[in-house]
Ligand binder design. Structure first.
Ligand SMILES: [Zn+2]
Length: 204
């Protein structure tokens, strides 16, 4: 074919019955979220169901009862990230700040809502969900040791701390929205659980 000639269109049309060998999974979008690599790997493990929950550890004869220390029910991955009282509290705060349903019991349902969110905000939602999942996972690990949650709002302060830490990695056009989300979360946490009053003056 002469240089500069237009390639015939049939070269671009797949043959009948053609199936690409590697269709990129929509879940692969997790690798494009502007989060530390460690968190991306954690998210990939979460969405593939590879999280070592209490139930999974128990199956491998690992330590622990396999029960959630807060709810006293089998602690599988869906419990940690959706059904546990701590998870439900965090999702309800998220719902309050960003709108939408965000009331799910498993990742595929959460992912469906995520895929339905408006395109300009979808990347930010992914990022926020990554931070929520990491917060719930760290709380869950801490609970195994401490067996109690000091205050429910601590989870929200922890979540906003992670987002603040990871914000510089995000796209410049997303940073204002992330800051606004952090500010809304913090003010909600303060409203729900005001800081304790100062101690009474010492008697003379
Ligand atoms: Zn629980």
């Amino acid at each position: 074919m002469a240089s500069g000639a237009v390639r015939p269109i049939f070269h671009q049309v797949p043959l009948p019955g053609y199936r690409p060998l590697h269709r990129p999974s929509p879940l692969a979008a997790v690798w494009s979220i502007r989060l530390p690599l460690k968190i991306q790997i954690f998210m990939w493990q979460w969405i593939r169901g590879w999280i070592p929950s209490g139930v999974e550890v128990r199956k491998c004869n690992g330590p622990g009862s396999g029960l959630c220390p807060l709810c006293d029910v089998p602690e599988d991955s869906n419990h940690i990230f959706f059904s546990c009282v701590s998870a439900q509290f965090v999702w309800s705060c998220f719902r309050e700040v960003v709108g939408g349903s965000w009331c799910h019991t498993n990742f595929p349902d959460l992912f469906a809502e995520l895929q339905n969110s408006p395109l300009p905000s979808r990347h930010i939602r992914w990022l926020e969900i990554g931070a929520i999942a990491w917060t719930l996972w760290t709380i869950c690990n801490k609970l195994v040791i401490q067996r109690s949650l000091r205050r429910a709002t601590d989870a929200i302060f922890k979540l906003s701390g992670y987002l603040q830490l990871w914000r510089p990695l995000s796209r410049p056009q997303d940073r204002d929205a992330i800051s606004a989300f952090i500010a809304d979360l913090r003010s909600m946490a303060v409203r729900l659980s005001p800081p304790p009053p100062p101690p009474p003056p010492e008697p003379h």
